[in-house]
Ligand binder design. Sequence first.
Ligand code: PMP
Length: 392
Amino acid sequence: MTQEKMNFIDRELQELKDEGLYKDIKTLEGAQGAWVQIKGEKVLNFCSNNYLGFAADSRIKEATKKAIDKYGVGPGAVRTIAGTMTIHKELEEELARFKGVEATLVLQSGFMANLAAIPALADKGDTIISDELNHASIIDGSRLSRANKKVYPHNDMEGLEKVLKETPEGKKLIITDGVFSMDGDIAPLPGIVELAEKYGAMTFVDDAHGEGVVGRDGRGIVDHFNLHGRVDVEVGTFSKALGVMGGVIAGSKKLVEYLVQKARPFTFSSALTVPDTAATLEAVRILSESGELVEKLWDNARYFQEGIKEIGLDTGVTETPITPVMIGEAHQAAEFSKKLLEEKIFAQSIGFPLVPRGKARIRVMISATHSKSDLDFALDKFRKIGKELKLV
Ligand code: PMP
């Protein structure tokens, strides 16, 4: 029997292929690290958000095994029925201490944390005011909320004020990424907070790429700008610097008490698993004790970014270890990435629509796990391929 009703799938998949947007997924044949194995070959990993190497840290693996022996693996229920275990509460307390907030709420992922927090805070008649480059999970959370949505130009405080002036009565929620994942630039949070205070808006920052990276010993963007107590909602993820999986909403006790009652993914989706919870708890404990890995990450980032500039390539507007190596046209960036892989370097090219046309790049994710010789090896190859493609 022909399945005509499903034919749209073939058409849409073909469209993606024609536009060069079809995702070709590579499989890693082992743990995350500076080097990973793909199709039997060891390649230098420049694609991972494992900023501090926690994804395969031996201390974290040990702590996780112990927690599994005590608690098993699955939570067995949603948090509001029987899925809340001591280890969830321990993680929430540890995260509150680490981030310098009154309380936190742990969810199943960063994506889920945005889907949980945004619709609980803004409803029909309210307005969400969002940076134009905010993450997809913020966009989806905003859609779920049914609030009015207004977008301001990226990091543009005049643009934000203009939107705030035009916003009608009702609650106002300003949302921004803390660190923008495609360019590595940092949101001007002090300016956002000032405007929010002037216009009576709530502030909400998604610090996915800031935690473990910016602020004292990786305490995040609020700490970086010393804005403790002046940002209403912080969302975080455990899937980047913390090396695991899961999400968190941080803020006042009142906020967390409210979200426990109102946030739908907290009520209707089961709790974070024991291994994820235990591994994250150990990662936060390690970070709380020492900022050594965060320093190593920044050392590596500075070294690599200076090296790239010496070659004559451009790293855009980055202020963090996220290193876009600007190439220009998408087909050239794709060619660059292909040649890097032939030279045993795994670094993704990013083109339209993720970034504007003409601003395609290789996005290099630097990690504390990289050694100086790894970075020298990569810089050599970037120089060689840059010359081959007549970019330098
Ligand atoms: N917010 C931002 C800004 C992100 O970059 C990401 C990860 N791509 C997420 C949320 C989602 O986090 P998670 O992987 O924990 O779902």
